[in-house]
Design a protein around this ligand. Structure first.
Ligand SMILES: [Zn+2]
Ligand SMILES: [Zn+2]
Length: 424
């Protein structure tokens, strides 16, 4: 146990423990409950924006802490505010709580007990780590000049949970008791991944995750007999040409160093072998890492689809459903997170990622308003190769639970150090 340095005044937290407890010791003391809560959450996954059981589990775990808790009404979101003994700004930490609609095949003894639902993205670990960070920081309340806002959000997996929480006033924080403002100056989110070794973290400044939009194109022609295509307007070859042309559009109209992905995942037309159908449907996903390219891809898809259909006297109706924006890390916050992570995990363990990931994240809505960073936490199970480990969203994905200690320490350190607390 670390000793209290020199003759500095002893904080409430230190008094409680009789001596200054190091962050590492604090995290160590919380690991049993961190693992237990994670397993309990894992057993009872819920999806979307309504997570009654999960919310109850989180509230029970937070019971007794000096937090001001706001239960969101449009979703199962929880905003828990810790106010330090001294006035100062606010730091926000995000943990998402939702699972995925898929079966679990891990064989773990705490595997999902709800058929067809699984915590396959590790959000159970995020929730549990954030609860433990709340406990740790509550214990250090006496030395905190400012506040920490814990954002427990539902609906990350495509349900815009973060956006709903923002719309419900998540960022409207009250003033300090002395009347001074307490703006949110930084926001951080962690995401565990089974594809990075435990004991490492990775992030990058600028875009870290892509935007994600859903594409649907309906080509309308004129049905008829399969033996007489000239008397019909056959939408099938047109649909095929559009699929090919979209790939060409990506390589020839989009800047090489500001890339985008258009993947057609669904192509539906026809009913039998001797009928030319009236219409064909193309669906897929659009990813980009800048708003500029995102908009350009949307315009180009319309132009290409409508133009090709028109060339064959048909019509293409393009519908683009807007999903999450690009997740953009603020450069100073990213450098800071890497530095904090390195001080916790050791030299070479905080990795600057060379490129973004083309998945999407609704923490993007938060980072559009508050400077901060999304950080990946290595969680490959011990003895497994990171490159071949079942990835996040796999029915067999598993995470190294001891990596949660790094996550708890990182959450807490990011908050403390942002607020100017020096850690021993
Ligand atoms: Zn996910
Ligand atoms: Zn996720």
């Amino acid at each position: 146990m670390a000793k209290s340095k020199s003759n500095k005044p002893v904080s409430a937290a230190q008094e409680k423990h009789g001596a200054a407890t190091s962050l590492k010791d604090q995290v160590g003391g919380l690991m049993k409950s961190t693992v237990a809560l994670r397993r309990e959450l894992h057993k009872w996954p819920e999806i979307g924006n309504t997570l009654p059981k999960t919310r109850e589990q989180v509230l029970t775990a937070l019971e007794g802490l000096p937090l001001e808790i706001k239960l969101h009404e449009t979703t199962s979101g929880i905003a828990a505010m810790l106010t330090g003994d001294k006035p100062g700004p606010t730091v926000m930490l995000r943990g998402d709580m939702d699972a995925l609609p898929m079966p679990e095949d891990t064989g773990l003894d705490f595997a999902s007990k709800t058929d067809g639902y699984m915590h396959a993205c590790g959000h159970d670990t995020h929730t549990s780590m954030l609860v433990s960070a709340a406990k740790l920081l509550s214990d250090r309340r006496g030395e905190i000049p400012g506040r920490v806002l814990f954002m427990f959000q539902p609906g990350e997996e495509g349900y815009h949970g973060a956006k709903f929480m923002l719309e419900e006033g998540l960022l409207d924080v009250a003033k300090n008791k002395d009347g001074s403002e307490s703006p949110i100056t930084a926001a951080y989110a962690l995401h565990i991944t089974s594809s990075m070794p435990a004991g490492t973290i990775g992030t990058r400044s600028g875009p870290i995750m892509a935007s994600s939009d859903v594409l649907s194109i309906k080509i309308t022609g004129k049905g008829g007999h399969a033996s007489e295509p000239f008397r019909t307007l056959d939408p099938i070859p047109v649909a095929c040409e559009i699929v090919q042309a979209l790939q060409m559009m990506i390589t020839r109209r989009i800047e090489t160093f500001d890339p985008a992905v258009v993947t057609i995942t669904k192509l539906v037309a026809g009913t039998t072998t001797n009928v030319i159908p009236e219409s064909a449907l193309i669906e897929g996903t659009i990813r980009a890492v800048s708003e500029k390219t995102r908009n350009k891809v949307h315009d180009s898809i319309r132009r290409v689809a409508e133009g090709i259909a028109a060339a064959y006297e048909m019509q293409a109706t393009v519908e683009i459903r807007i999903g999450y924006p690009v997740t953009v890390n603020d450069a100073p916050s990213t450098d800071f997170a890497l530095e904090v992570a390195e001080s916790l995990l050791g030299e070479g363990k905080a990795v600057r990622m060379p490129s973004p990931i083309m998945g999407a994240e609704d923490f993007s809505y938060v980072l559009n308003k508050i400077p901060g960073a999304m950080v990946f936490l290595g969680g490959t199970p011990e003895g497994v190769n990171s490159m071949t480990a079942a990835p996040n969203h796999s029915n067999r994905v598993m995470f190294e639970e001891s990596a949660m200690a790094h996550g708890v320490a990182l959450y807490a350190s990011l908050a403390l150090r942002t607020l100017g607390v020096t850690l021993n």
